[in-house]
Design a protein around this ligand. Structure first.
Ligand SMILES: Nc1nc2c(c(=O)[nH]1)N[C@H]1C(S)=C(S)[C@@H](COP(=O)(O)O)O[C@H]1N2
Ligand SMILES: [Mo]
Length: 236
């Protein structure tokens, strides 16, 4: 399933995991195929990927019956060490190029308009899984707080010390959500309570959990796994 550069150029921003499946006949749920997709992600230079990213092209969605209820947990430590954030104490901090930087409570966050998505999460460790997440488009939230959406990036800091950042086109993408629920239930502790940023156009590690700060900036935010050698863009 080697796609040469010209074919990649032809595919342009339309290249998705679904398209790769069709073109290559590889089932991306197959671990070996996932590895090959991942290898092609890394070979592809960040800048080219960002330029080709189409802000409106949707990641594949799946029927409800394909959503896995017992979702796989992942972090660099075991689930028993996942931060337990007290819903009464928790506050989401806002920083950077945002007009209204008042902190948000869980109650306020849960009152935001919500949608659901059934999409595939792909982890660089070579597994993928379809899940159902409920939440608010990050674009809706950014507009609500008066974020400068002409800025280049949105960054995230997490209760476990993790950190990530995305370009504004990805932040405003209609499938990029603040996920408050998984499998129609409140997002459990280990999956990122009170919310994770769910981005089906990105690899799993660009989906930060236990988010405690959202900031808007023109400087490219660092990423936990990018600092450890993975591509910053890591998307489709
Ligand atoms: N805060 C935080 N977010 C994180 C991670 C982490 O270690 N800490 N791991 C990332 C990785 S590598 C993956 S695959 C997903 C796993 O999310 P899940 O536990 O909901 O499957 O979370 C991502 N977000
Ligand atoms: Mo991952």
């Amino acid at each position: 399933m080697t796609l040469d550069l010209n074919r990649r150029r032809l595919l342009g921003g339309g290249l998705s995991l679904g398209a790769l499946t069709l073109l290559t006949g590889c089932d991306v749920s197959d671990d070996d195929a996932v590895q090959k997709v991942l290898a092609s992600f890394s070979r592809w230079n960040d800048r080219v990927q960002a330029a080709l990213f189409n802000g409106q092209k949707l990641a594949p969605t799946f029927p409800e019956a394909m959503a896995v209820k017992d979702f796989r947990y992942n972090a660099w430590y075991g689930p028993e060490r996942a931060p337990r954030l007290d819903p009464a104490e928790y506050r989401l901090s806002l920083a950077g190029l945002i007009a209204d930087r008042r902190p948000w409570t869980v109650e306020q966050l849960h009152a935001l308009p919500q949608m659901s998505q059934i999409t595939r999460h792909v982890c660089v460790e070579g597994w993928s899984m379809i899940g159902k997440w409920n939440g608010t488009p990050l674009a809706t939230f950014l507009q609500r707080v008066g974020a400068d959406t002409t800025a280049k990036y949105v960054g995230f800091e997490c209760a476990d010390g993790y950190y990530e950042g995305i370009d504004m086109a990805t932040a405003l993408h209609p499938q990029t959500i603040m996920a408050f629920g998984l499998s129609d239930e409140t997002l459990p502790t280990k999956y990122g309570f009170p919310f994770k940023i769910r981005i089906p156009t990105k690899l799993g590690f660009k989906n930060p959990k236990f988010v405690t700060t959202i900031y808007v900036t023109n400087q490219q935010p660092r990423g936990f796994w990018t600092d450890r050698g993975y591509n910053w863009f890591s998307g489709i």
